[in-house]
Design a protein around this ligand. Structure first.
Ligand SMILES: [Fe+2]
Ligand SMILES: [Fe+2]
Ligand SMILES: [Fe+2]
Ligand SMILES: [Fe+2]
Length: 405
C-alpha cells in the first residue's frame, strides 16, 4: 500500500512528546518543535530532500530513549527536563530503538550524538566537524527549545533566544550554524510557526512528504520500532506489546486469517498500548492498589492510542482494533463503553489476548500466571458476559503450549 510515513511519525510523536511532558511537568510539543527548527536549519544549510525528511524524523524521535524505565525513574528534579537529558544513556538507548526505522538518507548516529557540543564538551567528546551536521542541528534545536518558551509572544523573548545562540557561537554551536539560525529567524512567521497551537500545521507545511509503497510486513517492522519504545517504559511490560503481537499471529494462523488481515492485526497488537507513553510511570509501576484517580488516569491510555493512530491514512481498521482493546461485550469497557455490535471479531480477539498477555506477565505486585491460572480468570470474565466465549475457548487450546513471551 502507499504509506504516508509523515502522518505515521507525527501521530506517534504525540506519544513521545508525552514522555517529555511527564518529566517536564507541563504539556509540550518538544519533539515537533525540535523537528521544525531542525528542518528550517537543514533547508538553509542546503541538505537534500531525503535528508530534510530524515532530520524532521530525528527531531521527532531524538528523545525517544527518555521513555526507558531507568531514565523516567531516575531521581530527577521534575521541574527541569534538561536534567533528564543530562543522562547520556538516553542517546544510546534512543539510537538503538530506531535502528530499524526506514530513514531515507544513510545518516546514522544522529540521535546518539544530539548532545555533542562544537567545543568537545558533549557526552562523547566529539568536537567540531567530527559531530555529524544533522546531529549538530538537532542538538541546537533541542537545547534552545529546552531553555526557552517559544510560545512567549513578547518580541524581547525572540531577542533573548538569538542572543543566547550568538553567545554560544564557537562553544556549543558552530559559527556556521549560528549564522544559519540568524538567517532563518528573521521573519515573524518563523516565530509564530513555533507556537503550540500552530506547530503541527507548521511542520506539515515544511516537512517533505514521504509517501512510499510499503508492504504490511514493512509497516509492521516500523511499528515494532515504536512497540519497543512502549515496552521499554516499564520493566514489567518489557515484552508486553511484542508478546501480544506474537500471540495475535498465532491466533491468526489458527483462524486461517487472510494475510493482510493478519498483518494488520499484528500491527494493531504492536501499537495497542502506545497511549501508555502518556501515562506516568509512577502510576503504571505503582506496587500497591491504584487510587480511583490513578485508575481513571490509566484508563485514558486507549483514548491516546486512538489519538495517535487515527490520523494515519490506511490505519482506520488498525485504529479500531488497537484502541478498543479495553472495551467489553457487556458495554461497560473503556474509554468509549462501546456496545457489542461496535466490536468486531478482531477487536474482541485482541481484548482477550491483551488480558491473557497481561495475566501471564510479572507485575509489581505478583508473579506471572500460568496458562491454566490465566484461563480461570479469563473464564470468569467470559461468564460475566465481558468476553467472546468462542474466542476464549480458541485461545485456551491454541495458546496452551505457548512459550512464555
Ligand atoms: Fe536529549
Ligand atoms: Fe530533547
Ligand atoms: Fe491496554
Ligand atoms: Fe496491553
Amino acid at each position: 500500500m502507499l504509506f504516508d510515513l509523515n502522518r505515521f511519525l507525527q501521530g506517534l510523536s504525540y506519544a513521545i512528546d508525552c514522555v517529555e511532558s511527564e518529566l517536564l511537568g507541563s504539556s509540550t510539543h518538544h519533539g515537533k518543535r525540535v523537528a521544525y527548527l531542525s528542518l528550517r536549519l537543514a533547508k538553509a544549510a542546503g541538505l537534500t530532500e531525503e535528508e530534510q525528511f530524515d532530520i524532521a524524523a530525528f527531531g521527532i524521535l531524538h528523545d525517544n530513549g527518555l521513555a526507558q524505565e531507568t531514565l523516567t525513574k531516575a531521581d530527577l528534579d521534575r521541574s527541569r527536563l534538561c536534567q533528564a537529558e543530562d543522562l547520556p544513556a538516553h542517546c544510546t538507548i534512543g539510537e538503538n530503538n530506531i535502528a530499524h526505522f526506514p530513514f531515507r538518507s544513510h545518516s546514522r548516529d544522529i540521535v546518539k550524538y544530539h548532545h555533542e557540543w562544537w567545543d568537545g564538551s558533549g557526552f562523547f567528546g566529539l568536537k567540531g566537524d567530527e559531530i555529524p551536521l544533522m546531529a549538530q542541528i538537532v542538538g541546537l534545536a533541542d537545547s534552545v527549545d529546552v531553555r526557552f518558551r517559544f510560545e512567549n509572544p513578547d518580541p524581547s523573548n525572540r531577542q533573548r533566544i538569538r542572543d543566547h545562540i550568538i553567545a554560544q557561537s564557537g562553544l556549543a554551536f558552530s559559527p556556521e550554524l549560528v549564522a544559519l539560525f540568524e538567517q532563518v529567524s528573521q521573519t515573524t512567521a518563523f516565530w509564530l510557526d513555533l507556537h503550540n497551537s500552530h506547530i503541527q500545521q507548521s511542520l506539515d507545511r515544511w516537512m517533505p512528504s514521504h509517501t512510499v509503497e510499503m508492504s504490511w510486513e514493512e509497516i509492521l517492522k516500523v511499528s515494532r520500532v515504536f512497540s519497543q519504545i512502549i515496552d521499554s517504559k516499564s520493566r514489567f511490560t518489557q515484552r508486553h506489546s511484542g508478546g501480544l503481537e506474537e500471540k495475535a499471529g498465532r491466533m491468526a494462523n489458527h483462524y486461517d486469517m487472510p494475510h493482510d488481515e493478519m498483518m494488520q492485526l499484528r500491527i494493531a497488537a504492536a501499537l495497542h498500548d502506545v497511549g501508555k507513553l502518556a501515562i506516568p510511570n509512577a502510576i503504571l509501576d505503582k506496587p500497591s492498589k491504584l487510587t480511583e484517580t490513578e485508575r481513571m488516569k490509566v484508563q485514558e491510555h486507549t483514548y491516546f492510542t486512538r489519538l495517535c493512530l487515527e490520523p494515519i491514512p490506511g490505519f482506520e481498521t488498525i485504529t479500531e482494533w488497537a484502541a478498543n482493546h479495553h472495551e467489553k461485550l457487556s458495554g461497560n469497557g473503556y474509554p468509549m463503553a462501546l456496545p457489542p455490535e461496535r466490536l468486531d471479531f478482531n477487536a474482541r480477539l485482541l481484548t482477550v489476548l491483551d488480558i491473557y498477555q497481561a495475566l501471564t506477565e510479572e507485575r509489581p505486585y505478583r508473579q506471572g500466571n500460568t496458562h491454566e491460572d490465566a484461563m480461570v480468570i479469563i473464564d470468569k470474565l467470559k461468564e460475566g458476559g465481558q468476553l467472546d466465549a468462542t474466542i476464549v475457548d480458541a485461545v485456551r487450546t491454541t495458546l496452551a503450549d505457548a512459550p512464555a513471551s
